[in-house]
Design a protein around this ligand. Structure first.
Ligand SMILES: [Mg+2]
Length: 181
């Protein structure tokens, strides 16, 4: 049964500038062109989701309150038309803690495919880190790496390309060149 196409979006370094454990609303700065790219995706019928690892909570660096305030500021600045971002999921655990949802876990993506009737063959996970790409691949959807966040090495790129991950400069480039929007 064909379903809706979807984009699973990493937050920091993909939608907004990554300030390393971003936790203050005044730090929130959408990456250039992201708003327009998201609006184009909504217009093309993509369901939008955000999946973010927030180990700063598990490490005690900031609180859920800080996290929610940052999301509120991001959504305010993005000002997307309805339905906007359908669901946002954060995994607060440290990398060394057990976690159901922390990327590279595919659990959130799998749940959304089921709940929203999504088409895995037309869905993508986009982010700046290996854990993002692996979450998408583990869920059986395609993955795209963007260079707008964490630095990455040629070795990392070779490894990712070997596994079918595509690379783009940033999310707006992905939307333009890969989705044709
Ligand atoms: Mg990121």
């Amino acid at each position: 049964m064909p379903g809706f196409p979807a984009l699973f979006l990493d937050r920091d370094g993909n939608l907004i500038e990554d300030h390393h454990h971003t936790c203050q609303p005044e730090q929130i700065q959408p990456i250039a062109g992201v708003r327009e790219a998201l609006i184009a995706c909504l217009g093309a019928g993509y369901h939008l989701f955000i999946l973010t690892n927030q180990s700063g909570i598990g490490r005690g660096i900031f609180t859920w309150e800080h996290y929610h305030a940052c999301n509120a500021r991001m959504l305010e600045l993005l000002a997307l038309p309805s339905p906007g971002i359908r669901e946002i999921k954060a995994a607060p655990e440290r990398p060394d803690q057990p976690s159901e949802y922390r990327k590279p876990s595919p659990k959130f993506i799998q749940e959304m495919i089921e709940r929203h009737g999504l088409d895995p063959a037309r869905s993508w996970m986009i982010g700046d880190r290996v854990t993002d790409w692996d979450a998408g691949l583990n869920a059986g959807i395609r993955s795209c790496a963007v260079r707008s966040g964490a630095p990455f090495t040629p070795e990392l790129e070779v490894n990712a390309r070997a596994r079918g991950v595509c690379f783009h400069q940033d999310f707006p480039s992905f939307v333009r060149l890969e989705l044709g929007l």
